[in-house]
Ligand binder design. Structure first.
Ligand code: R5P
Length: 304
């Protein structure tokens, strides 16, 4: 296997390589003055299984182009198989036309990957499984539940012991929250949120279904973008008597990341995986990053 890294999340690619006890394959990636990217492979991929790790985090469009260039070269150079490992998939939230006339952007992303030459794709905690229907090549959709539940179990006393409850910040995440709760053998609750369809970053109001009184709460979501969903859910839980509220999300996108904003928020701690790279200078004390590399490495070995 030749494991290549795109530029969006090299530390994760290095950790995956370390888990697999291999070195990263060599490539040269340059961006021209106008922002265009050019990828060059420095290792011979003929008859090799080529794997490319690239998160489609900001700038998602450009990172997608970079990823697709790897496959374009790999295909021409006759790689045996080309696998995309996309720990964070851009446009996953646009899996459905919510209103008349809207695009299904994730379908385009799926088509790009196939057209570029990828033979299979590994994905992690998509917003909705429905997005998988648009992929016309084999996919493996991983879940961070196992990674998070292991972490919580190892730090159970820090999470209120038996007083822990897992909360979904909206109906769409109820199943995922129930899965995490059942792995931990604790209860779950759900917050119902309302976000106007013509807005992208304001959650209007919420209501709690379940009892969080005196509980240590972990609010579990697929991603934190503006933070609006999570913070609304946290204030909902705290107003209903929760002892403390922690946030846990697979993808720490932090679109409006301001260290002090998060550090001074009412939440106890914020846990994300390293599916999206949070730059060193943007990290804050309350932020804990749990690596997803072992999960990806393990599944890469079985993904055929
Ligand atoms: C959408 O419903 C997702 O599950 C997340 O809750 C949402 O995308 C997070 O976005 P934000 O942080 O901007 O509220």
């Amino acid at each position: 296997m030749l494991l290549f890294s795109g530029t969006s999340n090299q530390p994760l690619a290095e950790k995956i390589a370390e888990e697999l006890k291999i070195s990263l394959a060599s490539s040269e990636i340059v961006r021209f003055a106008d922002g265009e990217v050019r990828v060059r492979l420095l290792d011979d991929v003929k008859d090799e299984h080529m794997v490319v790790v690239q998160s489609l985090s900001q700038p998602g469009d450009s990172n997608l182009m970079e990823l697709c260039q790897f496959a374009e070269i790999g295909k021409r150079k006759k790689a045996k198989k080309i696998t995309a490992v996309i720990p964070y998939l851009a446009y996953a939230r646009q899996h459905r036309a919510h209103r008349e006339g809207e695009t299904i952007a994730v379908k385009l992303v799926a088509n790009f990957l196939k057209t570029a030459g990828f033979n299979e794709v590994m994905l992690l905690d998509l917003h909705e499984e429905e997005a998988l229907n648009y992929f016309k090549i084999p996919t493996l959709h991983l879940s961070a539940v196992e990674t998070f539940s292991k972490y919580i179990d190892e730090h159970r006393d820090d999470f209120g012991g038996d007083d822990l409850i897992i909360v979904a910040p909206d109906r769409g995440r109820q199943k995922a929250a129930e899965n995490l709760a059942s792995a931990l053998e604790v209860n779950s609750a759900t917050v119902e949120k309302t976000r106007p369809l013509d807005q992208t970053d304001t959650v209007k109001e919420c209501q709690l279904i379940g009892d969080v009184k005196n509980k240590e709460v972990i609010i579990y979501d697929d991603m934190i973008s503006t933070g609006s969903t999570m913070l609304m859910a946290a204030s909902c839980c705290l107003s209903q008597g929760a002892f403390r509220a922690n946030l846990m999300a697979t993808h720490g996108v932090f679109s409006h990341l301001e260290k002090n904003f998060w550090q001074n928020s009412a939440v106890e701690k914020i846990f994300v995986t390293d599916s999206v790279l949070v730059a060193e200078n943007k990290r804050f004390e309350k932020l804990e990053i749990i690596s997803i590399a072992p999960l990806i490495a393990r599944n890469l070995l079985n993904f055929v």
